[in-house]
Design a protein around this ligand. Structure first.
Ligand SMILES: *Cc1c(COP(=O)(O)O)cnc(C)c1O
Length: 387
């Protein structure tokens, strides 16, 4: 191999992030404190709507769990989500003893299909949990209309969606009950591990803040920096340990500031791929509505149905050419836990199943040079040649 392996994903951490982390380490306040607060404020400012509250957490999984807990989801309830997602989206429902109703996707966008949502609603349904797959907004106008019609809560899994817009509005500012972003290492911005729960509902925000830190009535930063220092707190519920550290928030402050630039670079790479793959027997990703923003967390390519090349062989050819790629996702209905708990069959999810069998995700990240993008294009062309 003449050229080094091109990984599937790499974070872009700059000198400013590093200096901010060093400053945090030297400051004496390394866990949740002033920088986590600043990060929350900066996040609300980024979304541009001061009726929102941003609550920093140590993962999107934690944020989704807190949002559903605060909405009172529990045993006997059902939450509807897409089978075409990462298990974190659904596992949080099971943490609360509620049940997951998985539904199929729209084969064009690979996002949850509103018609499938409507067909899955039962008297036990309490909430909808759409995912903005790959960074393309789910059909939120339709999903919010279904929720209103049936009196359901909506929590958006926006792990891929910073920044994404739906009908011109940033995901995070829509009319859902809560939206949760991820800052995991391979997401569109990162704090290593981290997430943000955003809501307009003051009661939800209050409950999530308390449950984020052991069910304590006041957090440590509150207690030790109040004008009257106070050791006193009360435990009001058996909460969780989901707070974001200031070390992570230090990264987040600068990553957030760079996130629009990051999005532009990923959009450029997506456009280069689209142009290069036009005319090849490949299905390129669905585009956002005119004027809307795609976060381009993932660039998901599908092999056309009549192409006599298996997806797995295609991925092997790319790896042999030194290109890392992945598959998003092995649908939940194929995993033993979900399949067996709910007796799911592949034929119940024909669009997700077919997409899974023919899809792969190409590298798309800001540290890729144009030459790297070209290398991926050449490798894809090579993998299409019969061997
Ligand atoms: C990454 C991811 C999550 C979980 O994010 P964490 O911050 O790692 O907990 C949830 N849902 C989807 C769709 C994801 O891709």
């Amino acid at each position: 191999m003449s050229k080094p392996f091109l990984p599937f994903a790499l974070p872009e951490i700059g000198d400013e992030e590093i200096a901010e982390v060093v400053d945090t380490l030297k400051s004496g306040w390394i866990t949740t404190g002033p920088k986590a607060r600043r990060f929350e404020q900066a996040f609300t400012e980024f979304l541009g709507d001061d009726s929102l509250q941003s609550i920093a957490v140590n993962s999107a999984t934690a944020g989704l769990h807190l949002a559903l807990e605060a909405l009172g989801i529990g045993p006997g309830d059902e939450v509807i989500t897409t089978t075409h997602t990462f298990t974190a989206t659904a596992e949080v429902v099971r943490y609360l003893g509620a049940d997951v109703k998985l539904v199929d996707i729209d084969p064009a966008t690979l996002n949850i299909d509103p018609a499938a949502i409507e067909a899955a609603i039962t008297p036990r349904t309490k909430a909808l949990l759409p995912v903005h797959y790959a960074g393309l907004a789910a059909d939120m106008p339709a999903i919010l209309a279904i929720a209103r019609k049936h009196g359901l809560k909506v929590v958006e899994d926006a792990a891929h969606a910073l920044p994404t817009t739906s009908a011109g509005k940033l995901v995070g500012t829509l009319e859902s009950d809560a939206t949760v972003f991820s800052f995991y290492a391979n997401k569109t911005m990162t704090t290593g591990e981290g997430g943000m729960l955003v809501t307009r509902d003051p009661e939800l925000a209050k409950r999530a803040r308390v449950m984020r830190l052991h069910g304590m009535s006041r957090d440590a930063f509150d207690r030790f920096t109040a004008t009257v220092p106070s050791w006193y707190y009360e435990i009001v519920a058996p909460g969780f340990k989901y707070n974001l550290t200031d070390i992570a928030a230090a990264l987040g402050l600068h990553q957030l500031g760079r996130s629009r630039g990051f999005q532009q670079r990923r959009a450029e790479i997506a456009a280069q791929y689209d142009a290069a793959f036009a005319g090849l027997p490949l299905i390129t990703p669905s585009k956002p509505q005119p004027g809307d923003t795609h976060a381009w967390h993932l660039y998901v390519l599908r092999l056309q149905d009549d192409l006599p090349i298996a997806r797995d062989a295609f991925i092997e050819a790319l790896f042999a050419a030194g290109i890392g790629c992945s598959v998003h996702y092995i649908p939940l209905h194929l995993h033993p836990y979900w399949r067996d708990r709910y007796g799911l069959r592949a034929e119940d999810f024909p669009h997700s199943q077919r997409a899974f069998e023919r899809m792969l995700s190409l590298p798309i990240y800001t540290r890729m040079s144009d030459a790297d993008v070209q290398r991926v294009v050449e490798a894809v062309r090579g993998a299409l040649q019969p061997r």
